[in-house]
Design a protein around this ligand. Structure first.
Ligand code: DAH
Length: 337
């Protein structure tokens, strides 16, 4: 019996409960009614009289030791919540609390600058008819933009399509017949383009339109110059290149000096020192007339810019698809913007 007690003592002293289950197994094996230690107490009756005193002491010591180890190990699990595989839906969420999408951030910033100049926000429709998206804007019937390849038509109806640009909002505004007009019109636009790092079939534009008596190209230049300096920095330079749009005459594209390299040349400006940011021009008298505005009394200017392009420049994002993937690792970078 003495050796058995010594063996058990050694076993319990090296015990280390890894889980609540192993601790419970320990209790069952050594301390429960059918356990090893109570069994030794039962055997105690057969111990010869001369050894009884010594065995009694050893047995009691063994029992106390086993209980003490059990109590000590149990403490480890006392403050531990019950193990569960289910997800606790009531717990607060992770660290990322959500943020504005970079496109929304930039749209808001651009709107704010034009609002300072007295422009008001106007919104049109994402589904448009031919008149508002093309005809009223002077697009000839055979213009390539009207092609199935470029435009998403609804139910193959040649008269109903997803707007291909926010210029359709200009038409909706002019039709209202309230002059002067000074609007800034942000919105989603759709084009049947192959999706790549540089182009997408859905993107965002901001349109501007100012119609009043005596509006000149000088007003257009000053307005866009103010915007460029406010948004890209006071040292920003602008330049206009002649261009063509069906609804403006004169038409131009505006470049800003690259604010990444300061005009020295980098991969953002393709080593030219300039980055194209918008199209603009004086409203063609035809479009004013198409919307019932007397082009002899009124003149106006318009401009349109892609929000993705400006956002990509601002944050140096090289792939337009990132905006539409909703990858949390991408979005959480704008948490504090
Ligand atoms: N609608 C043109 C586009 O999508 C952009 C544009 C160019 C808008 C010149 C304008 C403008 O208002 O005057 O490419």
């Amino acid at each position: 019996m003495k050796t058995k007690i010594a063996q058990i003592l050694e076993e319990i002293q090296s015990f280390n409960a890894e889980s609540k289950e192993t601790l419970e197994n320990f209790r069952i094996k050594f301390l429960s009614k059918k356990g090893v230690i109570p069994a030794l107490f039962a055997d105690f009756k057969q111990v010869v009289a001369e050894e009884r005193k010594e065995m009694g002491i050893l047995l009691n010591e063994l029992k106390d030791k086993a209980q003490e180890i059990f109590n000590k190990e149990q403490e480890k699990f006392e403050n531990q919540p019950a193990a569960t595989t289910a997800i606790d839906m009531s717990l607060p969420g992770g660290r990322f609390t959500g943020s504005r999408h970079p496109i929304s951030i930039v749209r808001h910033e651009i709107n704010t600058i034009f609002k300072q100049l007295g422009f008001v926000i106007s919104e049109g429709f994402e589904i448009e008819d031919d008149f508002h998206n093309f005809s009223a804007l002077n697009f000839p019937p055979d213009h390539p933009a009207r092609d199935m390849q470029d435009t998403f038509f609804i139910h193959k109806d040649p008269d109903v399509a997803l707007r291909t640009h926010t210029s359709s909002i200009e038409v909706r505004e002019m039709e209202k017949g309230k002059l002067p007009i000074r609007i800034i019109a942000p919105g989603r636009v759709f084009r049947n383009e192959v999706i790549s790092a540089r182009s997408h079939c859905i993107f965002h534009q901001i349109e501007g339109l100012y119609i009043d008596k005596d509006v000149s190209f000088a007003d257009l230049k000053q307005t866009l110059f103010y915007f460029a300096k406010e948004y890209f920095g006071q040292e920003t330079k602008i330049r206009f290149r002649p261009s063509y749009f069906p609804f403006t005459e004169t038409s131009a594209e505006m470049d800003i000096s690259c604010n990444i390299c300061g005009g020295k040349g980098c991969n953002i400006c393709k080593y030219s020192g300039w980055v194209e940011i918008l199209g603009c021009g004086m409203c063609d008298p035809n479009i004013l007339e198409a919307c019932g505005i007397d082009s002899k009394q009124y003149t106006g200017f318009a401009f349109g810019m892609g929000i993705e392009r400006i956002t990509m420049m601002k944050y140096q994002i090289s792939d337009i698809r990132m905006f539409f993937e909703n990858d949390i690792r991408f979005l959480q970078q704008f948490e504090k913007s």
